[in-house]
Every structure is written in structure tokens, then in C-alpha cells.
Design a protein around this ligand. Structure first.
Ligand code: BGC
Length: 400
């Protein structure tokens, strides 16, 4: 597939926390926790100061970011794997029932060298196209900085560039409607730990606030926006900040067969939810680590309520996010969840439906990854949603 060529999550690039760290998290999250309904307890002082009010600008804004879609593999992608997006796509996004678009942007690839880090007119033109069309359709828009690998590798050395980019982007959009929001950085990871970001976020936020005193901002915790990292986040007392997290659990289901998911997603054939009617066997030409064999065994044998390929894999994490949010008075948002388009279609739609329903039961806004690329909702050839996707996300038939 053209859009897979050059995807940054290849073997030579960093991947999501996988396998060791991710494995540990996955094991933990796959088991029902007796503390699931307990309120959030800070484990990592000095903890962030809670905000008592639930009528803050952030909470009001969060109501406009409830059902979203990522324009993935577009403005953050290289020219050889980027998809095309037209005004008709944006009209369709609105017509399908989404209320917001998250637009990943590779601003850093359009910036001149230090110390100016001047952004090109070309990238502003591209982002303006999406922002203008989305706002015209009544969609809220979230623009971010995506795949800023140099930053993740060296946050201290790249912080000036991050601040300079946001100074220009914020200045450019300062008169835009309030339904345009900025997300400071996609999936901080590697050296960009939550603790490191706790020092850098206030710097960027105060820079943006010079031109956009009341713009809604989104930030993510480290380790790829991973929910357990929320407990390490310490934000300034700004009351217009929404905290966004990413969740692709169960990863072996959502990323099975992807070229960028790491060496342990080579086993394919997981269906959602487990256990399967016919046990999954690992193909003889796939070299799987011992724990992957163990995982397949659990998938084949564990009952539905406790199966690693089921809502059990994400429900507890989403509850944790809710509990953290309630404790600190910061709304949370799921900026990415989704499943590879080559996965068995019925399993895929069941997964999207259960994830979406779980998030909504917990009152958390979500944005699927993605519109029409590798985790697609939309069939570009047929100009309609993939079968079952509209029902999964909106409870409505695809062709009303
Ligand atoms: C990345 C995409 C990837 C997706 C699913 C996103 O965060 O930007 O490149 O396809 O996650 O792994």
C-alpha cells in the first residue's frame, strides 16, 4: 500500500511502548482490578493542584470535542505516503455525525533553521484549508504537532523550536473562532517523559497565551499519551486545558499485521471479542516470543468477561482516566483509538462500538484514528463508510 511506505513506525523508528513496557501495562490492564471504582489517588507528589469548578472554559470546550476523527496520514505524513483530503471529505465528516476533527501537522518539517524557526507559507496554506472548511461546517478543530521525533529524542535541545513554532501558529490563528484548539505535542515519548513535559508545557502555554489568552489547549502525558502516565502530570493552574490520552488496547488486536507495530504483532487472526470459536494457531512461519504464545493461549481459553481481546483491555484504563479527571478538575479526551483496516471487518466494528460506548458511558470525548488511511472509517473508492462503521460510532445505518 502506498500509504504504508515510509510510515514512521517502521522497525528503525520508535514504536509505541512495546513490547516490554507495553506488555507490562497490557498485562496489568487485562485483569479486572478490585479498585476499579475507587476514586483516583495521587501516587506521585508533588501532585498537581485540583481545580474545583466544573464550569471552567475547558469543561465548556470539552462538550464540543465529543465525537471526532483524525485526519491521519495527511499533513504530518511524508509526500510518498500522505493521503489527499478534499472539501468533500470534510463535508462528509460532518454529515456522518462527527463534531470535531483532529489534524496532525508536521510543522517542524516546514520550519527554517535556528534561531528563527520560520514556518513556511506552504504549511499555513495547507492547514488553513482544513481549518477554514471544518469551521465552515460547524466542526470544532484540534491542530497539533505530530511526529516531532527530534523533540522526543532531545526535548531540551528542541524546546526553543517547539516554542517558536507555537508562537507563529498561535499568532496566525489568534482571531479564529474558539472552536479551534491547539494540542501542544502529539504522543511525547522517549526522552520527552511526563516529568520533562511538566517543565516544558508551562513554557509553551505561556507563549501561546500572549496572543491567545482564551484559546482551548490540549496536552498529553508522556509515554505516547498513555493513561497510566496521567498520575505523573503536573500542569499549571490554567483553566482552559484539556488533557488528551491515547489508547490502542488491546494492541495485539488493533495493530495485528501492521508493519510499524513492533516485532510482536506479526500474529494475526485475533477476533474481537475473544475467545474464538476455533482456537487461533500461530502460523509456522511466524516467530513469536514465548509470551505471545501465552497470550494466544489466554485469548483462546479465557471467558468473555476476562479475555485479553475484549473491552476488559481498555475499560479499566478509561475508568482510571475518568477518576483522574474527576480528582483534578481537568477534562480528559481520547485523542486516538482505532484498529488497522486489514483486521477482520466484523471484529473491527465490534471493537470500535465497544470502545466508543465505554468512553461515552464515562462521559469522555473521543477521536478515532483515522478518516481514510490505515485505520480508516471512510472508503475512498466507494465514498461511504466501511461496512458497520457508522452504526458502530453513531448507532445509525451507513446510508441514511
Ligand atoms: C500515528 C500513525 C499510526 C497510528 C496507529 C498514530 O499515532 O501517528 O502513524 O498509524 O498511530 O498506530
Amino acid at each position: 500500500m502506498r500509504i504504508e511506505v515510509g510510515n514512521p513506525r517502521t522497525d528503525s523508528s520508535p514504536v509505541k511502548p512495546f513490547p516490554s513496557f507495553f506488555l507490562a501495562l497490557w498485562f496489568a490492564s487485562a485483569l479486572p482490578s478490585p479498585g476499579a471504582d475507587l476514586p483516583f489517588q495521587s501516587q506521585n507528589p508533588p501532585a498537581m493542584q485540583p481545580i474545583a469548578s466544573r464550569d471552567t472554559p475547558a469543561y465548556r470546550a470539552a462538550r464540543k470535542f465529543l465525537r471526532g476523527v483524525n485526519l491521519g496520514d495527511y499533513l504530518e505524513a511524508g509526500p510518498d505516503w500522505a493521503i489527499r483530503v478534499s472539501a468533500e471529505d470534510i463535508r462528509q465528516i460532518k454529515a456522518q455525525g462527527f463534531d470535531h476533527i483532529r489534524v496532525p501537522v508536521g510543522w517542524h518539517r516546514y520550519s527554517s533553521p535556528a534561531p528563527e524557526f520560520q514556518l513556511s507559507r506552504e504549511i499555513f496554506g495547507k492547514v488553513d484549508f482544513v481549518v477554514t472548511n471544518a469551521l465552515a461546517h460547524g466542526l470544532a478543530v484540534l491542530i497539533n504537532i505530530h511526529h516531532f521525533r527530534e523533540f522526543d529524542a532531545d526535548p531540551a535541545g528542541s524546546a526553543d523550536q517547539l516554542v517558536a513554532i507555537w508562537r507563529q501558529v498561535a499568532e496566525h490563528y489568534k482571531d479564529s473562532p474558539e472552536t479551534l484548539a491547539f494540542e501542544v505535542l502529539n504522543e511525547p515519548h522517549d526522552k520527552a517523559t511526563t516529568a520533562v513535559m511538566n517543565d516544558i508545557y508551562p513554557r509553551v502555554i505561556s507563549e501561546i497565551r500572549k496572543s491567545n489568552p482564551s484559546r482551548t489547549l490540549f496536552v498529553e502525558p508522556g509515554n505516547w499519551g498513555n493513561i497510566p502516565e496521567l498520575q505523573n502530570l503536573v500542569l499549571p493552574p490554567d483553566d482552559n486545558v484539556i488533557v488528551s490520552v491515547h489508547c490502542y488496547d488491546p494492541f495485539h488486536f488493533t495493530h495485528q499485521g501492521t508493519s510499524w507495530g513492533g516485532p510482536d504483532v506479526k500474529v494475526t487472526g485475533f477476533r474481537f471479542p475473544g475467545p474464538p470459536e476455533t482456537p487461533l494457531t500461530i502460523a509456522t512461519n511466524v516467530q513469536a516470543a514465548p509470551w505471545v504464545h501465552d497470550r494466544v493461549k489466554q485469548y483462546n481459553t479465557q471467558p468473555a468477561g476476562n479475555n485479553p481481546v475484549s473491552a476488559t483491555a481498555f475499560r479499566e484504563k478509561l475508568r482510571q482516566a475518568r477518576a483522574w479527571s474527576d480528582h483534578y478538575g481537568r477534562p480528559v479526551h481520547i485523542g486516538e483509538f482505532g484498529c488497522y483496516y486489514k483486521v477482520d471487518a466484523e471484529s473491527r466494528t465490534r471493537y470500535y462500538e465497544q470502545f466508543r460506548k465505554t468512553a461515552e458511558e464515562l462521559g469522555i470525548g473521543w477521536a478515532i484514528w483515522d478518516w481514510s488511511a490505515n485505520f480508516r472509517y471512510w472508503d475512498r473508492e466507494k465514498q461511504q463508510p466501511l461496512p458497520g462503521m457508522r452504526e458502530a460510532l453513531f448507532g445509525q445505518p451507513s446510508n441514511p
